[in-house]
Write a protein that binds this ligand. Structure first.
Ligand code: MEV
Length: 429
């Protein structure tokens, strides 16, 4: 465990040698572990190496397709990148179920993204407010050259306001800027504009005010409660009937499960995690920022002071209505979208959607995932489906041959899967 200076200046080979000597007692097998994931196409490998600092290998995640998603009258095969074994199967099953009932209706409610210049002003409040109002036009004029391109695409700055936050922290104010970034996620655009706003804001101040002002930071907010999408499905209650329970009983149980998630944070977190299983998989496949989307979704789920469910259901006039409403600040241009070959592939597969269309697709994938999870939970339980999929991982882990794996899958088709039971089966056969 050594300290290192200038690690980033070493080439890839040297970095691996350094790791081998300092963390693996010179064990050469670690070189093989890292190298086996290098791409044989040097150009492609170079491209991936260029994404981040200090790369030594690639980290694979499965790239899968969940077909049969009928959304706003169009059928999509949705790309998903995820490691959890049951997610794509569950998503595809739910997509098919709703395909036969009219599919998903997705609607973008709003696409406003905020950012803030956070500052401390130690002078008189009224003086700052007057200064801001008198100079707002000049500030916007000065940032206009930076938003020409965005404006030509139909987006740009929507509003600029000074917000008094002194009740939170002495002298704390924000310059809040709201943007429409059209098809781009817009993080770089927003941050560039905010830094310019901060600079111009101080530059325009008389020296006396400058001395009382400290710009703390200028940054977009990943909390986007005004960048919202809604996706819903509905069907006559009787179409929810299964072999074992009536449609009415199924709907009652399903809605109670949702009500529990609406009221009880312990359940809501798990419930929303299930939604994010579907959302994150598409976010990754389309080269979007899953950390931003996660942070946003969970902040939105607690926007009214208590963490609650992102999905809701009800029965009205004999119809079962089920929907999700969530923030999704994403893009289909910029970032990785034009660079990563698989991201390009994903977007092509989806018909090169606008950001708004992709918001609808992702929200629908989240709702489908939630439906699959809650459906399993209120009927057969989650473990049956999970463990059936997990069986493949366990067979690999235990080094089962192809022949034994086929036999095991047949044997466990109607039985409970557990590591112990599987070990016993493999020993016996
Ligand atoms: C597992 O990844 C997700 C679930 O726990 C979601 C849920 O409980 O709703 C099955």
């Amino acid at each position: 465990m050594s300290k290192v200076k200038g690690f980033s200046k070493l080439n890839k080979e040297q970095k691996i040698q350094w790791l081998k000597e300092n963390y693996f007692n010179g064990d050469s097998s670690i070189e093989r572990v890292l190298r086996q994931y290098w791409n044989s196409d040097e150009k492609l490998q170079e491209l991936h190496d260029g994404f981040i600092e200090n790369p030594v290998s690639n980290f694979y995640l499965p790239y899968a397709i969940s077909p049969n998603f009928l959304i706003n009258g169009k059928i999509y095969a949705i790309p998903m990148v995820i490691e959890e074994s049951s997610i794509v199967a569950a998503s595809s099953k739910a997509a098919k179920f709703w395909l036969e009932k009219g599919g998903f209706t997705a609607k973008v409610v709003q696409t406003v993204k905020p950012g803030h210049v956070h500052l401390i002003y130690e002078g008189k409040k009224e003086e700052l407010i007057t200064f801001f109002e008198e100079n707002k036009g000049k500030i916007i004029h000065r940032i206009n050259p930076l938003q020409e391109n965005m404006k030509s695409r139909g987006g740009g700055l929507l509003s600029l306001n000074l917000i008094d936050k002194t009740s939170l922290l002495p002298g704390y104010y924000q310059i809040e800027a709201k943007f429409d970034t059209v098809d781009s996620m817009g993080a770089n655009f927003i941050n560039t504009i905010l830094e310019e706003i901060a600079m111009v804001f101080v530059e325009l101040m008389p020296d006396r005010m400058k001395a009382q002002t400290q710009i703390i930071m200028s940054i977009l907010s990943n909390f986007t409660p005004e960048c919202i999408v809604r996706s819903e499905v509905s069907c006559p209650v009787n179409e929810l009937a299964t072999q074992n329970i009536s449609g009415e009983e199924y709907a009652r149980k399903f809605i109670t499960a949702i009500n529990i998630a609406e009221k009880e944070p312990y359940r809501a977190v798990t419930h929303n995690k299930g939604i994010m299983n579907g959302v994150d998989a598409v976010i990754l496949a389309t080269g979007n920022d899953f950390r931003a989307v996660e942070a946003d979704a969970h902040a939105y789920a607690s926007k009214d002071g208590r963490y609650t469910s992102l999905s809701h259901a009800e029965v009205k006039d004999g119809m079962f209505h089920y929907h999700i409403e969530m923030p999704l600040a994403i893009g289909t241009v910029g970032g990785l979208t034009g660079i990563h070959p698989l991201v390009k592939f994903s977007l092509q597969l989806l018909g090169n959607p606008s950001a708004k269309e992709l918001m609808g697709i992702i929200a629908s994938a989240g709702l489908a995932q939630n439906f699959a999870a809650v459906n399993a939970l209120i009927t057969e339980g989650i473990q049956q489906g999970h463990m059936k999929m997990h069986l493949n991982n366990l067979l690999q882990l235990l080094g089962a041959s192809e022949q034994k794996s086929v036999e095991a899958r047949k044997y466990f088709a109607q039985k409970k899967v557990s590591v112990k039971a599987l070990k016993e089966f493999l020993q016996k056969t």
